[in-house]
Each structure stands twice: as C-alpha cells, then as structure tokens.
Write a protein of this length. Sequence first.
Length: 507
Amino acid sequence: MKKEELREVKNMSVYYSSTRNGAEKLTASQAILKGLADDGGLFVPDKLPKLDVSLDKLKDMSYQETAYEVMKLLLTDFTEEELKNCINKAYDSKFDTEEIAPLVEADGAYYLELFHGSTIAFKDMALSILPHLLITSAKKNNIKNDIVILTATSGDTGKAALAGFSGVEGTKIIVFYPKNGVSPIQEKQMVTQKGDNTCVIGINGNFDQAQTGVKKMFADEALKKELEEKGYQFSSANSINIGRLVPQIVYYVYSYAKLYANNVIKKDEKINVVVPTGNFGNILAAYYAKNMGIPIAKLICASNENKVLFDFFKSGKYDKNREFILTNSPSMDILISSNLERLIYRIAGNNTEVNSKFMSDLRTKGSYEITDGMREELKDFYGNYTSEEETAEVIKKLYEDTGYVIDTHTAVAAGVFEKYKKETNDTETKTVIASTASPFKFTRSVMEAIDKDKYESLTDFELVDELSKIANVRVPNAIEEIRNAEILHDKVCDVDQMPEFVKDFLK
Ligand SMILES: *Cc1c(COP(=O)(O)O)cnc(C)c1O
C-alpha cells in the first residue's frame, strides 16, 4: 500500500474513550471486551462517520448486508471477514422471518417489529450478535481464556443473553435471577434453556441482591485469579456495551431504506422515529443513525409512568428522586437511564469534565440540571409519556380499528405518538414506531386491555391461544417451546453462596 493510502485508512479508524475521561483511546474490540470504562464512564466513539453507500443501493440490501454497511464504520478494527462472520451467525434462522426486522403499517404509522428473534423482544437484535463480537474481540486481542458472562436479571435480559450465548464456543454464561421475583413464564423460559455452556440459578433474595452479588464477584480479585488459572475471565452483556449499541443502529437505517424502497417516502424525505424507552439505549441508537446521515426529523422518546425522561426533556432537570412505579411495561420501569450519559456527554460538547460533574451529582443527590446551551442541543428530541389506562386504551383501540395487536411497551410509544401529533400538528411526517416486544410476551396485559371481563379468568396459555386467534398470528416458537419443555436448571442458592455455585459450574 502506498503511504498516502495508508494515512487514509488510518483516518477512518474510530477509537473509543470514556465519557468521564478522554485520555485512554481503545479500539472497538477492546471497548467491547471491557464493557464499562475503569472510571465508571461509558465508551463513546470519537466520531460518527457518515454512511458511505447510497440510498439506492441500501434499498435493495438484506438486513445482513445493511448491518455490514453500518457496523464496518464503527467497528473499524474488525476485518470484513470477521464482521460478516459475526453478522451471518447472528441474523440467521433464529429469526422467524428473513426480513429480520419487518415494517408493518397500521393506522398510518409504520411499526418496526424488532421481536422476531429467539426471545421475541428487541434485546435479541443486539444479544444475538454480541457473543460473536465478544469472542472475535478476544481472538483479536490474543485472549486465550474462555469468556464467562455473569448476569443478574429481573426477567427479560437474562433469557435474551442465555439464548444469544447458548452454544457459542469459547463462552459460558451464568444467570442469577430472584427465585420468587420473576413471572412464571419468564422463569420457565430461563430454566428450560438448552446448551451445555449455560447455567441458570435462582437466588433466595430480590433482584437488587442478585445484582449486588454479581458486582461483588466482578470485583473479587481472588476469585478472578482462581478462575484465570482455569482459563476463564469474566465479562458482562450489559446494555451499555458498545457491542450492543452499534448493532441497534442498523435497523433504523434498514427501515428508512425499506420505506424508500416501498415508495412510502421520497429520497432524503425526513421521518420521525418513536421509541419506547427505558435505559435510553434504543433511542440513542436512532440518534446515532441520524448523525450518520439518516434523515430523521424528531426522535420521540416515549415513557411509561416512570417519566423521568419526559420531565428531563421538559425542564432540563434529571431527577430520579421519586416513587418507583411498577407498570405493565416492566422493561421500561427504570429511574436511571444509563445510556443517557452518552447524550449528555455529546450535548456538553464532548466535555468529560462537565459530564462527570453531572454524573457525580446524580450519584450523590439523585439529580442534575443541564445548562440552557445544552438544552438547545436537545431540539431533535420530543418526550412524553402515557398512563397505564392510556396504554391499555391504545392497545384496544388499535386492535378494534385495524386488527393489529401490539404489546404494552409498543403501546406506550403509539400513545405518545398520538399526543405528539395533537400537540404539534405534525401529522404529515411518515413515522416509524419501534415495536419492542411481541404481544405474546405480555399476553395477559394485552388481552385484558382488549377485554378484561372476557379474558380475566383464563390461564396464561389459554390466553396465548386466544391471542393467536384474534390477531390471526401463529403462536411464536419461543412460546410453543416452553409449553412442554423439560426443566434443565433447578439450582437455587443463598446470596452468599453465589461464588461457590459459579466455581462449581466452572470446575
Ligand atoms: C429493554 C426494553 C425496552 C427499553 O429499551 P432501552 O434501550 O432500555 O431504552 C423497551 N421495550 C422492551 C420490550 C424492552 O425489552
């Protein structure tokens, strides 16, 4: 290669540094292996490159081809072969449609169905590729150890991580869940997980205790050393890992290209995107897609009654000091949206000091307030929320008007979209609503929203069959599988026994 060309390749490289201290620069594979920076900050790319393929090419691309075009720009230390290998192993027949993320029009909006993977919710979009990105990263950095994923789960992430890592050579996964703190279906999904490299353990305690127990093991140097000698090292599959964030940008690019391919929009026409939000990962990916050149007008951030983000967008003050509300969209019941830190860092002009100060206020006081200048940078966002009653009403009305059935999380987004249109009179812009879970995942809430009197007395699996009938949709494999599946994991332990159980599995 000539000198000139070499320089050009170098300039295209993207490096990652912490939102709290810019000194250390990591390659993508190093950032994926590390997950969280040592200073507690999140890794952010030093640039967001513009897509270098035309819309006329993108419109004919498969999901996998689109994924390559997006991910190659941000994971620049992966070779073409490595990246394509990860993509093809992730987005395969685990998904029940070749489109991977289909768009469905209902009542004038375009629902981007992100729930066609193994656990019928959107976490699959990232967790099916993360294991492959991780083991490829390990190889690239000459790590010979097997990667052991340790996670505590309150239900959904655990199963999606188990499904993603199951059978992936060079990895093991251990999931702890509160024995009496998850739904019967969630528990059954986990304890029937196949794969010799998987381990599921119930604990006598709540989710916070499980989480604390896992954090303790991550910090336990003696345990680390003992396992290192056996050829293991810990890693996490946390939603702040850039190996989860980057794959989520793909479906926003893909859906835009499909709207164009189907003549719904003209070239470069702006669209709105509505995202039901919890940890702010999914909507941040949409924001990154916009920065990479996808014409998005408004990023509409939808919350349930835990409306910290709505208040933040309205007032500029992030305040987690409030009652935690259990809703029927549990994956959005969050008071600290971790990924928001990446947006704060950016609107602070990539200033690590300013960001660190806010994050330290959040830790100590539970709140922080951004400056007027920073608020100016939030013009792209619109925030709102729906109450539990409104969410149920949205499900019922959409079903009655169109026959299309959506889950509770997606209904929060649809409800907020209605409020947005009323408030702004922006009724012309074509809009994509991220549909983050199959209605079969939250069958009871969905069916009771449609007709409480009729469905209240039915069992969970009876409701599944009813839903299949009224929505005219086949029962997804993920649900069929657990109906009669064999229980493969029955271990239960006390919180202080967690390390012993880990060692026992890794012996
Ligand atoms: C995780 C999750 C969300 C929230 O996504 P974030 O990236 O955390 O904002 C929304 N809906 C469902 C079904 C989820 O599982």
